[in-house]
Design a protein around this ligand. Structure first.
Ligand SMILES: [Zn+2]
Length: 357
């Protein structure tokens, strides 16, 4: 399994965020990614490779041109109009019936955000762009016949909508990879008219509101998410069991909002249900939004998974027997983060190896 990694993520290093009423160190620190890289290297999962540059097209296939242009220029425009160099910090949001698009950079920051966690610093665009390229590169690996690939993305992506950042996310890496797999000419036996069906299974602790929204009216992408119930957990405003898609997408969004203190047994039961739905869909590819903030000690989650379950999760996913792209999302219990990610991937690989015997 190739590990796709770019050091460009280090350019995205906001220092502080406002969290639960206090200024705190930014949760999505570069060190998270270094820890995961070290762990997957130690686990001998496969070579660490740089992303190819697929250009802006796969990004624009998912995100709106005005949003992408905003992200590219946001930091420079902010600083040039007197904003603090520490980063772009939105403070006003056009919620409910306020839809006028402003020109002032500080107001645009709120226009293109749904919360105050996706802070833009000078290197954020480069980091987000390369993170998306890691996702597409991993997708291209499985499209060309590899069983699986792991995109060690940072910043993460699953909270980002087509034109909104939030939840530490700017570009939706999983959605970009899934969309690319749906329509890229290399697939479908060379027939560009064929649209591949892709399942995105989101196992981050938080609901992937951005991914759901991007594919909500599409039938060629099945989106499933197992997460803390939004009644009590971020992102609060999407992720209910009653959200099942719209238009052509009716039935192709499946949410499993769960209670607090979910243990290994309960989680594996729900994961089994989700995998059964994936089987029914018969996709050509599987994209996993891989977060391990489901771990018992994670400061941003309230599940109670132990380290032993992560290899079982990987094994369960492998049994779907699909070309699989893993996309890194969240996980903030840094002492255990690397080990848990490596366990999912090792558990996946072990099943794959056994099937070949
Ligand atoms: Zn998360």
């Amino acid at each position: 399994m190739h590990i796709v990694y770019s050091a460009a993520h280090e350019k995205h290093r906001p220092e502080l965020e406002f969290y639960e009423g206090e200024l705190k160190h930014y949760h999505d620190a570069p060190e998270r990614t270094h820890i995961v890289l070290e762990a997957v290297r130690a686990a001998n999962l496969g070579p660490v490779v740089l992303p190819h540059d697929f250009g802006i097209e796969p990004i624009l296939a998912v995100h709106t041109p005005d949003y992408v242009a905003y992200l590219q220029g946001a930091y420079r425009n902010w600083v040039d109009t007197g904003g603090i160099p520490a980063g772009v910090y939105p403070d006003s949001f056009p919620v409910r019936r306020m839809s006028r698009r402003p020109t002032r950079p500080s107001a645009l920051a709120g226009y293109y955000s749904f919360d105050i966690t996706a802070i833009i610093v000078e290197g954020t665009w480069d980091a987000a762009y390369q993170s998306a390229q890691c996702a597409v590169t991993a997708a291209a690996q499985v499209a060309s016949g590899q069983r699986a690939a792991f995109a060690l993305c940072r910043p993460p992506g699953h909270h980002a909508h087509a034109d909104l950042s939030g939840g530490y996310c700017f570009l939706n890496n999983a959605a970009i990879a899934a969309d690319w797999l749906c329509r890229s000419p290399e697939r479908g036996a060379g027939n560009m008219a064929v649209v591949n069906r892709v399942a995105v299974l989101d196992i981050d602790f938080h609901h992937g509101n951005g991914t759901q929204d991007i594919f909500y009216e599409r039938a060629d992408v099945l989106y499933l998410s197992i997460h803390g119930d939004p009644d009590r957990q971020y992102p609060y405003y999407l992720g209910g069991a009653d959200e099942s898609g719209a238009g052509e997408g009716v039935g192709y969004t499946v949410n499993y909002p769960l209670e607090a203190c979910v243990d290994d047994q309960r989680y594996m039961q729900v994961l089994g249900e989700a995998c059964q739905r994936v089987r029914q869909y018969m996709p050509a590819y599987l994209v996993i939004s891989l977060g391990v903030d489901t771990f018992v000690d994670d400061p941003l989650g309230d599940f109670a998974l132990t380290e032993a379950v992560y290899a079982r999760i990987g094994a369960c996913l492998a049994q779907l027997n699909l070309p699989t792209v893993f996309i890194m999302e969240g996980g903030y219990a840094v002492s255990q983060l690397g080990k848990n990610v490596a366990s999912v991937l090792t558990g996946f690989n072990d099943i794959n190896g056994n099937q070949g015997q």
